[in-house]
Design a protein around this ligand. Structure first.
Ligand code: 13P
Length: 288
């Protein structure tokens, strides 16, 4: 199966009260392990690519080529969406052309009227090509790709207005933060989430900052309409920890342990294990 829009998998997730994971990829190893985990878990999957990560991988077209070819050569049969994460206005347009199957346009830093106008335009462009589209209201806190958000709680009425534009999934700030959660984090704001769920009338909602949210809060968020959960930092942490262990044990100094295929293997396995665990936690395993 080629790359698919995320629309159908998210409608099914919303109806079935589970969430599909968006796992952000950084390179070949990330892509391969997330795809293999999805196949092992028999789960739909969304590969997230930030503009920074795409630049690192030399561009949107490289990403599309690598992911499409890998789905084919690994015989991946579960639904796979390739999704631009926190796209700019220009980045979203470039990814529509480059062959992504799903787009996030993040206009949350614009004044609301401008976010609305730009979201409307990008939604139309995406739907003309059968791509799914995510927009954002109320910026998500923390730092991602050098962009620092203050961590807002989205206004339910603004969410309703953007939802009614026909967006396929909506990211709304509910006290969630990208990166590690600080010690004094007060948790997700479920009153805000419940109000947004009612205002948006069953639109699949997206929870960004999926790293480090306790399981009970994940479960409650899913019960209140979250159908997509974004995870990036967690995979970086497990990759780094496994690589550190390998090097600290001196394994790169023994035999051909310096071969990148050996050096990167423990980190790659750690990514696959983490993705499998999260697919079970989010309830998307066996929902392909
Ligand atoms: P984390 O890095 O906190 O897992 O957040 C990922 C994310 O929300 C990508 O959009």
């Amino acid at each position: 199966m080629g790359l698919v829009s995320a629309k159908e998998m998210l409608v099914k997730a919303h109806e079935g009260h589970y969430a599909v994971g968006q796992f952000n990829i950084n390179n070949l190893e990330w892509t391969k392990e997330v795809l293999l985990a999805a196949q092992e878990s028999n789960s739909p999957v969304i590969l997230g690519v930030s503009e920074g990560a795409a630049k690192y991988m030399t561009g949107f077209k490289t990403v599309v080529g690598m992911v499409s070819a890998m789905v084919d050569s690994l015989n991946i049969t579960v639904p796979v969406a390739l999704h631009l994460d926190h796209g700019s206005y220009e980045g979203a347009k470039a990814c529509i052309e480059a062959g992504f199957s799903s787009i996030m346009f993040d206009g949350s830093h614009y004044p609301f009227e401008e976010n609305l106008a730009k979201s409307k335009e990008i939604i139309e462009l995406c739907h003309a090509k059968n791509l799914s589209i995510e927009c954002e209201v109320g910026s998500i806190g923390g730092e991602e790709d050098g962009i620092i958000g203050a961590g807002e709680v989205a206004d339910a009425n603004e969410c309703k207005i953007i939802a009614e534009l026909g967006v396929d999934m909506l990211a709304a700030g509910i006290g969630n933060i990208h990166g590690k959660y600080p010690e004094n984090w007060t948790g997700l704001n479920f009153e805000a989430l419940a109000a947004i769920e009612i205002a948006t009338n069953g639109k699949p909602l997206v929870l960004h900052g999926g790293t480090g949210i306790p399981a009970d809060q994940i479960a409650k968020a899913i019960s209140l309409g979250v159908s997509k959960i974004n995870v990036n930092t967690d995979l970086q942490l497990v990759f780094a920890a496994a690589t550190r262990e390998y090097v600290e044990a001196g394994k790169d100094l023994s035999g051909k342990g310096f071969d990148p295929r050996k050096l990167l293997a423990p980190g790659a396995s750690a990514i696959r294990a983490k993705v499998n665990a999260m697919m079970a936690e989010f309830g998307s395993a066996n929902k392909a």
